[in-house]
Design a protein around this ligand. Sequence first.
Ligand code: AMP
Ligand code: ZN
Ligand code: FE
Ligand code: FE
Length: 289
Amino acid sequence: MRGTGTDLRRIDLHTHSAVSDGTDTPAALVAAAARAGLDVVGLTDHDTFDGIDEALAAAVPAGVQVIPGVEISTQLEGRSVHLLGYGCNRHDAPLLAELERIRRSRDERVPRMCELLTRLGVPITVEEVLAQAGEAPSVGRPHFADVMVAKGYVASRDEAFRRFLADDGPAFVARYATPLRQAIGLVHGAGGVAVLAHPWGRGSRDTLSPVVLAGLAREQGLDGIEVWHQDHDDATRRLLHQLALDLALLPTGSSDYHGTGKVGHPLGVNLTPPASLAELERRMARRGR
Ligand code: AMP
Ligand code: ZN
Ligand code: FE
Ligand code: FE
């Protein structure tokens, strides 16, 4: 590896495959990462590790390093917060049990959301949603959106979220999410590194105030925060970067790529500084994968 200062690796640490709500298979995503000129890509599907083996197998032929990860659905004071876990032991029983609990709750809300959508004049069935999710063990609102697009009710996932599926939308049904502090503990317990995803994106900015972030760093040992993300404007990125420096949190950057499922999030659109990845890898190694 090149030394710091001349390390120009292009590192994108947060992406989704069709194992959750992205549209590329894990192998296709890794190939796309190579074509996008990335050297390192983190696969962070929602609440599941199911795509990791396929992505790791695709890494060598593609000439891309894959960092195994997960994006955990958590909550703080009732607000949704996403936590990225890198390098976790994928056989850690407590973490696996918790991810399964979240996924079960994802499944359980499907009938109710179909009912609401049907009442709202956009009838869709549980079977259609499950068929759309296919092999994905983690069923999410984007799968509902894709059914709605396929049936011609809306033009895009974005329109489906705006009109029906957003957190304050008429078809939203809450599901279980792990308390944030517990989730950080689970990631650490599994030997992983915990990074807050898009902390000042949609909805969570008020909850994750600088004081709260300082507490999470000090008391929970939070490792990092995502700074360079499409949900953060330039001013927000500057503030978060300074906060990361002040709190000794690793600043990361990513595309939050979802294949064709999310516009404006192409692979490599935001990057992680090589120094952040180096420290992240040191911690992963120290905690034992
Ligand atoms: P869920 O996992 O069911 O809570 O759904 C959240 C997922 O929906 C996240 O992965 C978001 O990236 C995605 N999402 C949220 N808003 C939009 C939008 N406007 N267009 C496309 N995807 C979205
Ligand atoms: Zn997603
Ligand atoms: Fe997220
Ligand atoms: Fe994400």
